[in-house]
Design a protein around this ligand. Sequence first.
Ligand SMILES: NC(=O)C1=CN([C@@H]2O[C@H](COP(=O)(O)OP(=O)(O)OC[C@H]3O[C@@H](n4cnc5c(N)ncnc54)[C@H](O)[C@@H]3O)[C@@H](O)[C@H]2O)[C@H](O)CC1
Ligand SMILES: [K+]
Length: 570
Amino acid sequence: MYMVTADEMRQLDRYTIDKLGIPALTLMENAGRAVADEVMKLCAGRCGSSNGSLGGHTNPTCGADDADVFRGQAIEKVAQTGPGELPGHGEVIRTELRNHGRHAVWQREHWYILVGKGNNGGDGLVAARHLTDAGLRVTVVYAASPDTLRGEAAAQRDVIAALGIPVIVYGRDALDLRGASGIVDALLGTGTQGPPREPYASLIREANASGAPLVSVDVPSGLDADTGALHEPCIRARVTVCLAYLKRGLVQYPGAEAAGDVVVRYIGIPPGLARECGVQLRLLTRDTLREALNVDVSRRRVPDGHKGTYGHVLVAGGSLRMSGAGLLAARAALRIGSGLVTWAVPEGLLPHVIGTAPELMLAAAATGRDGEWNADSAEELLQLAQARDVLAVGPGLGRFTGDTGWLRRLWEEYEGPLVLDADALNILASAGPELDAWKPRSAAVVLTPHPGEMARLLGISTAEVQRDRITHARQYARTRGVTLVLKGARTVIACPDGTAYVNTTGHAGMATGGAGDVLTGIIAGLLAQGLNASQAAAFGVYLHGVAGETAARHRQHPAAVVAGDIIEAL
Ligand SMILES: NC(=O)C1=CN([C@@H]2O[C@H](COP(=O)(O)OP(=O)(O)OC[C@H]3O[C@@H](n4cnc5c(N)ncnc54)[C@H](O)[C@@H]3O)[C@@H](O)[C@H]2O)[C@H](O)CC1
Ligand SMILES: [K+]
């Protein structure tokens, strides 16, 4: 599933109207219709009816029931009505009767449709008409004078007037939203610039305070559709009916929380158009892994394979006070299916870690006897790495004198793929502009920073990174020619060719010491098994999250999950 910015959506919108000749009014009709349909589902869920869709009104050609429902964690395809299921004549009569039967229930529903002056408002007006037709009590609330509406939205305004649907103008007429069964937020969509101005701001505050469930059209009004940042105020939606393509801001926090359940509805804009228009950002799902990244998600192993077939990972990490980090990465690399894993530790640490995981091979790489890494170990590491398929550096490494030169040697002289995490990233950050002089690598580099490490790499604040995670991750990946995994809720995987993915697996319980080390081991293990950097990073992040979810079920609460549980759940 593609994810777009407001600007990209406008281009796709224009292309559909100008080049494909699908009228803007048709798109608006489909949009409003989809919103009405989701409102009906919400009402049906509340009153226990088995069918909340618009029944006999369903227009099969606009694919009104073809939705991707995105409930924070999972995406499921909901029921589809295809042309093959067009009701015959007798069924039409039955459907009409069923609708009449439903009126008694729907009439108890009083929905307020808050309408802005742009096309988002136009979508809301179409929804108001369909909900009225379905038997709901509907009141349209114009945020500003209806005279200010233009184009398709003005046409919808005239239809509403002709139908005699009750209308209120905010600020002119009395309004009490506290009695609402529900509210449709069609105030501001992708055309929003900056924080909501008056009277939108007051209306948003009243809607939030009403306690009624809010259904947002396209995006919650007040949300930055590109970054997920919340303006003050911002609608807190129960459901967001996103039109045509998933907007980035609905997936990134804090926007993801303000949006509630996100339902992406087809409105007539061809789903494949995004690729043709150069959109390179996708939600990371099983389908994305299979179709966009060509990953064998079933992880078949060749029947006559041997441990050499599945690669050999070398993990360089762990020091006296942080030996566990290296161990977790090495164990995760094993559990994800690597043929062999060697864990290189400072010599002084070696006696203490013998036997901690009997499946691991151990190597003493740093001559220092104090259990800490030192710059002299580069030569030994390079020799060890020669016979290994992947080198993962960083978990539990610590900082030491000469570490920049040490990392530079690994970067320049190790010819296989390199995974850098934790202090290896801090070393990279401290290299600063000197990095430009490092010899470009022919093999892949995967960096796995958390937001703090990303901030150091970019020389900006963590808050700045978090304000637009997707953009920062993509820019760094492109300019440095690396695959970058920006960790945190909704991890971003950015590839050097500009493609990027946003993950939705996992949960807040995975914010626990060592979880990142486990991810490093998983990605290194997948690289050793022959996946390329984009595949290993994306699939690794996805599996890491799924394993975290499994671990939460085993432990009966997300908060009880520790890093070792994620490895076991793999
Ligand atoms: N995806 C599609 O192809 C379709 C989308 N539709 C809907 O159209 C909106 C986008 O419509 P647009 O007219 O461009 O913008 P908005 O409705 O979001 O509103 C712009 C409107 O509001 C004023 N404004 C802008 N910023 C602010 C602010 N901070 N405070 C107050 N007022 C503001 C501005 O002056 C404009 O007048 C999209 O989201 C979909 O819902 C189509 O209907 C179908 C095709
Ligand atoms: K909206």
